[in-house]
Design a protein around this ligand. Structure first.
Ligand code: FE2
Ligand code: FE2
Length: 289
């Protein structure tokens, strides 16, 4: 059982607190009322989200990201079937509110089932099912601020449209002339594939899946938390035509991630045969993490 709330390093009670914030407060579903929770000063969740972003913006530096890429991207931590990965991820259960919290499998299933019900192609359904598997980073000992949260490019000036931009003032890169200009270490129009993103579950899962899924799926996975791009249209100086084309898919995916929670839980037992076929169609027996 985690009691992460007590730790200064792990301010969120559960990883889902960040997603609830994005979905309920930052980008509420069109036509739905913004949840008041996070503006309410009496709500401790508001402070934990703030504290989470303070750490995230302070510590996600260019050097930190390069170091994590070297540590993880050889993908030598362990090999797992997708079932093992889901089971592993599901050990990351929040112990704070037993009635409302979805386990990780439920979030994945509700996302993928919503995609399936809209009649999308099977690779899209599979992407919905897999998109957060990179959160196993938490189980490898990474702090929350290096697993979830909005992602942003490192190595160039931080956009003021990233949530809680004031916290970037404490990021050493903000005072480093190599990294604090419009382009920083990059060339204009270099394409996002040449840009280092803040470290987290998106980038990690992209590398795990990059040999198996179509390009549009890989963009959904790699940039689904890059809200400053897909919601705020920032960082145009780094994009190329391919990114601009793929943005369509990243945007197509986002509502399924944020707004697919349903009161009646999909039945995993019943759905398992369908998903087993889907995994067999696209994925090798074991994935390297
Ligand atoms: Fe995610
Ligand atoms: Fe998600």
């Amino acid at each position: 059982m985690k009691t992460a709330a007590a730790s200064t390093d792990q301010p969120l009670k559960s990883l889902d607190d960040w997603e609830d914030f994005v979905e309920g407060q930052l980008y509420p579903e069109p036509g739905k009322k913004q949840k008041e929770d996070y503006r309410n000063y009496d709500n401790p969740a508001r402070d934990t989200v703030r504290e989470f972003y303070r750490l995230n913006h302070r510590y996600q530096t260019y050097d930190f990201v390069r170091q994590k890429e070297q540590e993880y991207l050889p993908l030598r931590k362990r090999e797992m079937t997708i079932f093992e990965a889901v089971e592993f991820l599901n050990t990351l259960v929040d112990d704070s509110d037993p009635d409302i919290d979805l386990d990780q499998l439920q979030h994945l299933l509700q996302t993928s089932e919503a995609i399936r019900q809209d009649g999308h192609e099977d690779w899209f359904v599979l992407t919905g099912f897999m998109h957060d598997l990179g959160k196993v980073l938490c189980l490898f000992g990474e702090p929350q601020w290096a697993v979830v949260g909005d992602t942003f490019p490192v190595g160039c000036r931080h956009s003021g449209k990233v949530v809680y931009p004031e916290f970037f003032a404490d990021n050493p890169d903000a005072g480093d002339p190599r990294y604090n200009t419009e382009l920083g270490v990059y060339q204009r129009g270099c394409g996002l594939r040449n840009v280092h993103m803040s470290w987290g579950h998106d980038e990690y899962l992209y590398h795990i899946t990059k040999d198996y899924l179509p390009e549009s799926a890989l963009y959904m996975i790699r940039y689904h938390s890059f809200y400053a791009w897909h919601r705020e249209n920032e960082y145009g100086q780094l994009l190329d035509d391919h990114d601009r084309e793929m943005l369509f898919w990243v945007r197509k995916f986002n509502p399924y991630d944020l707004y697919s929670k349903v009161p009646k839980k999909p039945d995993w037992k019943e759905l398992k045969p369908y998903y087993t076929d889907l995994f067999n169609k696209f994925l090798p027996a074991k994935l390297a993490f």
